[in-house]
Design a protein around this ligand. Structure first.
Ligand code: CUA
Length: 310
């Protein structure tokens, strides 16, 4: 797994959140040290010695009361001003700006739609480096939360609403994120991979994703395509050009071009794809991907076909 920390910001949005975070952490650290220091000092300095009774309480110290009212109020005001400025610096645009990527949270995977380019992919989203991308956020079933700590804000995805965040990356790399709102048994396996690429690489990825893969004419892969169309795979998945249009599970049109399976649960290798198709209920218990009890031959054919979807 790639690193993923709020302490290594990689976009202007993440930097502004980082500065706020550090400011609040330092302020809180100073207060923590001051208060614990005073408590320790008072416990030692005014400890009971010999047979002294309860010490006399100190009422009505106006200066002290003003100090412990005004100082925290000033600090809270400073945090509020800093917070509002941070929010403004990463606010999504109001009005008619179109979304660059539409994200839909599902139990337990991510749908990424590229409305301008006209295709849909899953779990791994590509962005061009140094280019703020407007992400539209929605959910298909329950509340999820989109969070890639190094690149931008985190935001809840609430069914029936449309949220928005900016996401950008200052360096070509793979950034990981995850669902940050408990959404059911496989919440932990709802990983996000943001693959930030140079503008040329991104353009060629877009172009490749727009293509409709060629249908295998013969051999094991052709048998796999037949199985895919005839078994219940087609009820839930879409592979463009095959007459399938299921929308319950991820669009698999370019499955073989992805690095992971099942929202980060497995690596996308032929062996692991086989295991996933054989026993999805073992790797992701509770997932809507059913165990179809496929035979070894069926599994090999379907894997051979899916591997052609580059
Ligand atoms: Cu989706 Cu947690």
């Amino acid at each position: 797994m790639k690193s993923s920390s709020v302490f290594s910001p990689h976009s202007s949005f993440a930097w502004s959140i980082y500065h706020l975070n550090v400011f609040v952490l330092i302020a809180m650290g100073v207060i923590l040290l001051l208060v614990s220091g005073l408590v320790l000092y008072a416990s030692w300095r005014f400890r009971a010695i010999g047979g002294e009774g309860t010490p006399k309480p100190n009422f009505g110290n106006l200066r002290l009361e003003l100090m412990y009212t005004i100082l925290p109020a000033m600090l809270l005001a400073a945090i509020m001003v800093f917070t509002v400025r941070t929010m403004q610096s990463s606010d999504p645009p109001q009005g008619a700006h179109p979304d660059d990527v539409e994200v839909v949270g599902h139990q337990w995977w991510w749908e990424f739609r590229y409305p301008q380019a006209g295709f849909v992919t899953a779990n791994e989203v590509h962005i061009p480096v140094d280019t703020p991308m407007l992400f539209g956020l929605g959910a298909a079933d329950v509340i999820h939360d989109f969070w890639v700590p190094e690149l931008g804000r985190k935001e809840d995805m609430i069914p029936g609403t449309h949220g928005r965040i900016w996401l950008a990356a200052d360096r070509a790399n793979t950034y990981s994120g995850a669902c940050a709102e408990f959404c059911g048994v496989e919440h932990a396996w709802m990983r996000i991979r943001v693959i930030a690429q140079s503008k040329q690489e991104y353009a060629s990825w877009l172009h490749q994703q727009q293509q409709t893969p060629a249908l295998p004419a013969s051999g094991e892969a052709a048998a796999g395509l037949n199985l895919f169309q005839q078994l219940s795979c087609a009820n839930c998945h879409t592979i463009r050009g095959t007459g399938t249009s299921g929308t319950i599970g991820p669009d698999l049109t370019h499955l073989a071009s992805r690095e992971t399976l099942a929202a980060g649960r497995l690596n996308n290798t032929p062996d692991q794809l086989y295991l996933w198709l054989q026993q999805p209920d073992i790797y992701k218990p509770g997932s809507h991907m059913p165990n179809l009890h496929l035979t070894d031959m069926q599994l090999h054919s379907i894997v051979a076909y899916l591997e052609t979807l580059r």
